[in-house]
Design a protein around this ligand. Structure first.
Ligand SMILES: [Zn+2]
Length: 285
């Protein structure tokens, strides 16, 4: 780190707390190299389904521990898949996590995405189904002592009830957007709150500033919209609208909201420390 300009790290040490890199490794290389030129050197991925875990493994093989994997059944996958498909996919998840059964022997650092999406599941039956699979992920995480990556939309009350019912759960709530009372509740549980472009767009400065240092992390949620296109049954995934580079802008806006004169580098260092502590990994850079 240069003493003249402490906000500019010498190497790529910034971390994206939540992204989806949907390209195959050959194509992802260009994006990752661009991010490195901006000081972003590590990426925590969200998991969607078994095919997605395989893509994460290919990225990990090519880019090493700059890629932090997360395997789970996304609430959107659960919503769209049959019971049989969910059972089969969850069995794969359990066997990969407990026996390290895949050919690479590489392990994800978290279980997820899992959670509750009440914007998607509007009727009682669908919500109960989401809840059932969410609980299975929480039990598995508890059994293996792994953190979880949570996707929670219009369902924070129900999510908090489950976290209280599964004491000891650690991890992060990705794309968090919420009021002070929720921030206090998650902080009590030590859950990281991950702020991305939608948090910046949807939260007041007061609420952003109310997130305690020890639970604040910064994400891109890249590429916004791509998974949505797949979920709606489109045969093609939409081109990326956002890349992990957006974390610089998100951190800038968080620093502004906090009003303490912090640099972008200071906010991203806080995020890095929190991720490293809760996910119990040494992040490169
Ligand atoms: Zn995600």
């Amino acid at each position: 780190m240069s003493p003249e300009n402490p906000s500019q790290p010498a190497g790529p040490r910034h971390v994206d707390a939540h992204a989806h890199i949907l390209e195959e490794p050959e194509f992802a290389a260009t994006m990752i190299h661009h991010c490195e030129s901006l000081g972003i050197g590590a990426f925590f991925l969200g998991g969607y389904d078994p095919g997605d875990w395989d893509r994460q493994l290919r990225l990990r093989e090519k880019f090493g521990n700059r890629i932090q994997m997360s395997f789970g059944l996304h609430p959107w996958f659960v919503h769209n898949a049959s019971g049989e498909e969910c059972r089969e996919a969850f069995q794969k998840l359990e066997s990969r996590l407990t026996t390290r059964a895949d050919h690479t022997g590489m392990m994800p650092s978290a279980i997820g995405e899992t959670g509750l999406d009440h914007a998607l599941a509007t009727d009682k039956q669908d919500r109960e189904r989401q809840l059932d699979w969410f609980r299975r992920h929480l039990r598995l995480a508890g059994k293996l002592g792994m953190p979880v990556v949570l996707h929670v939309v219009k369902a924070h009350g129900a999510c908090l009830r489950e976290l209280h019912a599964h004491p000891g759960t650690t991890g992060l709530v990705h794309a968090f957007r919420g009021e002070k009372n929720l921030i206090v509740e998650y902080a009590r549980l030590g859950m990281l709150l991950s702020i991305g472009p939608n948090g910046i767009a949807g939260m007041s400065r007061e609420n952003l500033a109310a997130i305690p240092d020890r639970i604040l992390v910064i994400e891109s949620d890249a590429p916004t919209g791509a998974i949505g296109a797949r979920e709606r049954g489109s045969s093609k995934v939409k081109p990326a609208h956002v890349t992990p580079a957006v974390i610089i802008e998100v951190a800038e806006k968080v620093a502004l909201a906090r009003g303490k004169g912090e640099t972008v580098g200071a906010i991203l260092d806080l995020s890095r420390e929190n991720l490293s502590r809760v996910f119990q990994i040494a992040i490169p850079g």
